[in-house]
Design a protein around this ligand. Structure first.
Ligand code: F6P
Length: 322
């Protein structure tokens, strides 16, 4: 292993820069050159690559976003574009790749290995925390804290006006952000793709809590397949009851900001372990974290399985929100 390529792919996540820093610094310490591939698979196809040195990594550990930029490439789904990307990697004499991203990015890395024999190691980087085989993903903790900060502020105004608020969080078709911030933010109801609650049930529960003396309520909904669904829910509550509900969609702010200490530590551990795995001749693996231990898991397992949502947090949130 003389030269490795590193790239970030899919939605950006706070802590990606800390992971890039760890990859480059561990590689260079082991006399391995590092090439940064820009905009993920877009840059791999278009040959947008540049060397990364030790000092290029200065002052990035605390920065949100990704210095390598990222992208979602439709072209990379096609074998002819993957062949072009593989040729670019071979021309640059890249012996191995570290892919920082989510499930879709890992599928691309797997294809590069299967079709072109390029060793790949994945590091889970997504605010959604929806990757099988790892307890945690880079960016999840920061996104939770960003969402929680917003929810705390919404609670102030909800309380002052005796209002019901529906707060929509990201997560695509997973509910990890919703269930975690719901519990941490004292939400009354948490709706996720795995925890669908009918409008009539929501109205019934809201009326019960009002009867018990509760004057304001926070409901959290995951965006699911339809970002903006919080508006539909508010309309439905209004049309089927005498209750009103305000909506706040947190959106892309959840992807930004300086990574928390937790995400920087996780990113540093995973980035270092990814390079060490390549040095040991490993490929087609994801480096993850399980019960606080850094682990390696076959990428095929990661991309073929879905991470189960743990509804116990949702149930606990309901029990505590009396
Ligand atoms: O996967 C991260 C994520 O932020 C999801 O939570 C969200 O559904 C999606 O990306 C949004 O992607 P984009 O910024 O490309 O619209």
């Amino acid at each position: 292993m003389k030269k490795i390529g590193v790239y970030t792919s899919g939605g950006d996540a706070p802590g990606m820069n800390a992971a890039i820093r760890a990859v480059v610094r561990i590689a260079v310490s082991n006399q391995i050159e590092t090439i940064g591939i820009h905009q993920g698979y877009v840059g791999m196809i278009e040959n947008k690559m540049s060397p990364l040195q030790m000092r290029d990594m200065a002052n990035i550990i605390q920065r949100g976003g990704t210095i390598l930029k990222t992208g979602r490439s439709q072209e990379f789904m096609k074998p002819e574009f993957r062949a072009q990307a593989a040729q670019n990697l071979k021309n640059a004499q890249i012996d191995g790749l570290v892919c920082i991203g989510g499930d879709g990015s890992f599928k691309g890395a797997q294809a590069l290995y299967a079709e072109h024999g390029i060793p790949v190691i994945g590091i889970p980087g997504t605010i959604d925390n929806d990757i099988y085989g790892t307890d945690d993903t880079i960016g999840f903790d920061t996104a939770l804290n960003t969402a929680l900060d917003a929810i705390d502020k919404i609670r102030d105004t909800a309380d002052s006006h005796d209002r019901i608020f529906i707060v929509e969080v990201m997560g695509r078709n997973s509910g990890f952000i919703a269930s975690h911030v719901g519990l941490a933010g004292g939400a009354e109801e948490i709706l996720t793709p795995d925890n669908v609650i009918s409008v009539s049930k929501i109205i019934e529960r809201l009326k019960e809590s009002r009867a018990k003396g509760k004057t304001s309520s926070i409901l959290i909904t995951a965006e699911g397949q339809k970002p903006g669904r919080a508006y539909d829910l508010a309309d439905a509550i209004r049309s089927k009851s005498n209750l009103d509900a305000k909506v706040c969609i947190l959106g892309h702010q959840q992807r930004g900001g300086s990574p928390t200490a937790h995400d920087r530590i996780l990113a540093s551990q995973l980035g270092a372990a990814a390079v060490q795995a390549l040095i040991r001749g490993k490929t087609n693996l994801m480096i993850g974290i399980k019960s606080n231990n850094v682990i390696e898991i076959d990428l095929n397992l990661v991309t073929k399985n879905s991470k189960p949502n743990d509804n116990s947090l949702i149930n606990l949130a309901r029990m505590l929100s009396v």
